[in-house]
Design a protein around this ligand. Structure first.
Ligand code: PEP
Ligand code: CO
Length: 446
């Protein structure tokens, strides 16, 4: 286990360039909010965070596989029992299907209970002819397209804390109360896929899973982790550094600092500069850290980043999440693997097949199911060829029946995008597209 960092404090990031931070007009109001956040109780506990780190280490070694997923931007209005249940339901269904495919336990990490802040490429946008500040996530401003609603309001950080708390409380309650039975294929909502031509193919997998579960159930008391109590972890992009600093606590036992707002944070592709404030903050906390790696990343810099974030080579500490695009992954991933491999740092490799595959159709951001699957398939193969291992996947998805991504067995077309385009930010796989993605990964990995 690495030691507490000497030249680091929870606030040392303030001496570095911090991009993507809201420029709050009233510094005193922000400080008042952050003082409150500092006094609030943790959402997650050190023991849980260290457990996750061990699981991520196991995934790197090929003894587990990581499924990280959830909304692009989590919304305060989705802090409702039904939406949270649906989100958990799709993640658990995918995890059972993946367990069947990879024959390993699945480490379940939600992009939820705190995924309320977004990095943006532009500072303003034009909606219905009016120019206004961009939406930066529910913790920062409102999605409603008026200049007044888009005002930066530090009080929303408190709402972010409390919505995260309510969401996580709901999840913990459901899991304790045996909700994991939603793992059970009998509880999956397969109606949309059932009506497609591809269903007979997926039905074979479902039948085999049902068979395996019935076999285990026949042993009565020996209810496996799969059917009984599960472990579920939370994550969000560690973007708003004032808030993340305020959620940082010193563990009295180890003397190390932990972010207690989520089990793991990731650094976005826009905020991973070596000398930047996000890397400085994350280097000093003991949580597992993810870093998104886009096609613009310099492989040598990524290797250096691995050294900064994980100098002792602690296993499970660092997950590199590549999001290169289906058309670039073949060229770029081998270079990244070679560069990082040379540095001999232990890495948990994951693939986010969403963010490199965004296109615009009829004025709406979308992603094609086939492109998402293609990047994933290539990533699995490229790692195998390089002698490394793809240890996880990272999806933007929802348990709702939205129409944001194109294709899949349910065959959503450009005309469907209008119907239920709910996302406040990036297009997400819907319930049936997510289920299908899990079937396809499982089939390919068997
Ligand atoms: C995201 O995960 O929503 C995101 C903004 O990703 P990236 O940093 O990879 O662009
Ligand atoms: Co996104």
């Amino acid at each position: 286990m690495s030691k507490p960092k000497q030249d680091w404090t929870p606030g040392s990031w303030q001496g570095h360039v911090a991009v993507q931070q809201p420029d709050y007009p009233d510094g005193a109001a922000l400080e008042g909010v952050l003082a409150k956040v500092r006094s609030y109780p943790p959402l997650v506990y050190v023991g849980e965070v260290e457990n996750l780190k061990q699981k991520l280490a196991a995934a790197a070694d090929g003894n587990a596989f990581v499924l990280q997923g959830g909304n692009c931007a989590e919304r305060f209005i989705d802090c409702r029992e039904e939406t949270i249940t649906n989100q958990l339901k799709i993640l658990l269904a995918m995890s059972v299907i993946l367990t069947y495919g990879v024959r390993r336990s699945i480490v379940k990490v939600g992009r939820l209970a705190g995924q309320y802040a977004k990095p943006r490429s532009q500072t303003t946008e034009t909606v219905r002819g009016r120019c206004m500040p961009v939406y930066r996530g529910d913790s920062v401003n409102s999605f409603e397209p008026t200049a007044a609603a888009r005002r930066l309001d530090p009080e929303r950080l408190l709402l972010g804390y409390f919505h995260a708390t309510a969401t996580l409380n709901c999840i913990r309650g459901m899991i304790e109360g045996g909700f994991a039975d939603l793992h059970h294929p009998y509880n999956w909502n397969v109606h949309s896929i059932e009506r497609t031509q591809k269903w007979p193919e997926y039905k074979t997998t479902v039948d085999r899973i049902v068979d395996a579960i019935q076999f285990m159930e026949a042993f009565g008391g020996a209810r496996s982790e799969m059917l009984g109590r599960i472990e579920f972890y939370t994550s969000h992009e560690g973007l708003l550094l004032g808030y993340e600093e305020a959620m940082t606590r010193k563990d009295p036992t180890s003397g190390r600092f932990y972010n207690v707002g989520a089990h793991t944070l990731w650094i976005g592709n826009r905020t991973r500069a070596l000398t930047g404030a996000h890397v400085e903050y994350c280097r000093g906390i003991a949580n597992p850290i993810g870093v998104k790696i886009g096609p613009d990343a310099d492989p040598a810099e990524v290797a250096e980043l691995a050294g900064i974030l994980n100098p002792s080579g602690e296993s499970g500490r660092l997950t590199l999440i590549t999001r290169l695009g289906h058309d670039r992954v073949g060229e770029l991933l081998p270079k990244l693997i070679r560069a990082v491999g040379k540095s001999k740092r232990r890495i948990t490799w994951s693939c986010d097949p969403m963010h490199g595959n965004t296109t615009v159709v009829g004025g709406r951001k979308t992603r094609a199911f086939a492109d998402i699957l293609s990047e994933l398939e290539q990533a699995f193969r490229l790692h195998r060829d390089a002698g490394t291992r793809l240890a996880g996947v990272h999806f933007e998805l929802t348990g709702e029946d939205v129409t944001e991504c194109l294709g899949g067995a349910v065959n959503l077309s450009a005309n469907d995008l209008e119907r239920k385009y709910d996302t406040y930010c990036d297009p997400q796989l819907n319930y049936s597209q997510s289920l299908e993605m899990a079937f396809l990964i499982a089939q390919r990995l068997r």
